[in-house]
Design a protein around this ligand. Sequence first.
Ligand code: IVH
Length: 664
Amino acid sequence: MSVPENVKKRYEQLKAEIEEHNYRYYVLADPIISDQEYDKLFRELLEIEKKYPELKAPDSPSQRIGGTVLEGFNKVAHSVPMLSLDNTYNEEEIMEFHKRVLKNSNRNNVDYLCELKIDGVSVAIRYVNGLLDLALTRGDGLIGEDITENVKTVASIPLKLRKNIDIEVRGEIYMPIKEFVRINVEREEKGLSIFANPRNATAGTLKLLDSTEVAKRKLNSFIYYIIFPENYGLKTQEEALTFLKELGFRVNLNYKKAENINEVIDFWKKWNSMRRELEYEADGIVVKVNEFDIQRILGETVRSPRWAIAFKFQAEQKEAKLVKVKFQVGSTGIITPVAEFSPIRLEGTIVKRASLHNFDYVKERDIREGDYVIVEKAGGIIPQVIGPVKEKRTGEEKIIEPPKECPVCGGKVGKIKSEEVAIRCLNPSCPEKLLRSLENFVSRECMNIQGLGEKLLKRMIDAGLIKDIADLYYLNDEKLRSLGKGIGDKIIQNILNQIEDSKNRDLYSLINALGIPNVGAKTAKDLAYHFKSIENLMNASFSDLVEIEGIGEDTARAIINFFSQEEVKKIIDKLKDAGVNMGYIQVKKEGPLNGKIICQTGSLSRMTRQEFAEYVESKGGTFTETLTKKTDILVVGENPGSKLAKAQQYGTLIMTEEEFFNKY
Ligand code: IVH
């Protein structure tokens, strides 16, 4: 079957249009359409490719969502060796570099281009006739690994240049700090090993064999280097950056031309104090002789160019005495070693504790109780113990062994999956797990039961009043009074009132409160809206779950595993018997849509279907998925479906998105 001309044309148009929006969003940070509109174009493109696979082009934006699973990476020789840079750490060293440059180039002065040194992973990318052809890691500098499929998922790297030329560029792929923190939190919750810093996280991600997984981690890029720039008529590094920008690359705009070495030092000073405002990690500046003619005169050694140098920022690392390692038990039973050390000031805050993450981490770094340790903030945020200062050891230091039993309940410990690094308390009724689950349950974003702090909850557990979260609803005057000291009439009444009140929370608060792994506030909201009751959620299948926008396979599996546990079923029954609301509460809001039934067809530019439904309800209306004779208004978005014809047939009031939002 040959592809109809009009489909071919539409496909080319979509490809170009999507990449243009991509460029506007990721490179220029200046989008002109909503995420929904973008998704719609993308879906159309995918549908065409599904129907006509022969159309699928190497520069299709669909490459950005991954899809290939490799067995390994091929080794490929670099066209020109990928060198590294010499480092300097202070003003004297940079002055010496400057003197060498002047002497070797036989000049009185040279201009430098100062750039930020991005702490990521360097890549070489080749384009043939404007199309991305090959992307390589640095490897040993002479031979790199072919990571083309993974690099194509990095949204800011053009699949097609704005000029149809052959060119090789080099630059840095990095992980934004926010993404780094997000991934580590997720990994720690899952009991996986964590990444020490954004650079390791980037390297680990680019080495994944499944490009779909790479696409999920939001890597980004800055390109700063052209091989054989004279082929494009370029005379300086500054011109090269401008040219790279014109080709469609993301170029770091925090560069400055320095006309003397003092301006270089000023640039370094400025960013040394401002770098924490960046959304990425920069570990110094790179100082480059601006003119390519002079660069050529200076040449390079086997290791590094003589025309450039890295001027590193002052590392914010400090030494602290590791006084004690405590074992913390989380709500899922994961036992985390936590270092407590003498207080130090790091990047503006006082730090005295840091997670040691897991026992593999402790062992690999040989961290011992009593050691002096080096502490820094990973990504400028999370305090991290880097390792011990071994020279300062006295022999009194204590090796930190994983506990043989739960430090709180004495229960059995072990791993639940062999690939996990985490050790967990396996006792389902461990009081510490219970305490952490209760803290979550009563918190403001969950059941919002005020007056139950950690201390009081612990007393209740110790007194045997609470054995699972549902027992909260079986407390009474007598039980609370038995706690004794400090718990008087007023407090008791307040607690019981608060607990009674919390029976009427919305379904999403309850879902959030149950502590389902991988399910946070937003997911809880989506689940509540979608399933409308705990029963429906408990009966949901894997495919029901992944169908919901924003719920991935991991989360779907976590939800199914959670509700398949007998203890969980028992707790839900107990909550139900106590009168805790298990359904979606449609708080009847008063508003201009009172008593009106609203239906939608096509997609809206302002919001998703789910958000629209909530919007309608917030204005007093009722949202329905299906159009019936009772429907009062059909709101029509882009690409409407069959509901439109049906509405015309029924004589339903039809409104465009604009009309609807102007009125309501
Ligand atoms: S220029 C011939 N510019 O730092 C080497 N490198 O320690 C030319 N890096 O391997 C490199 N930001 O991965 C250059 N603005 C920048 C950079 C940068 C980060 C990395 C690069 C290089 C490493 C050297």
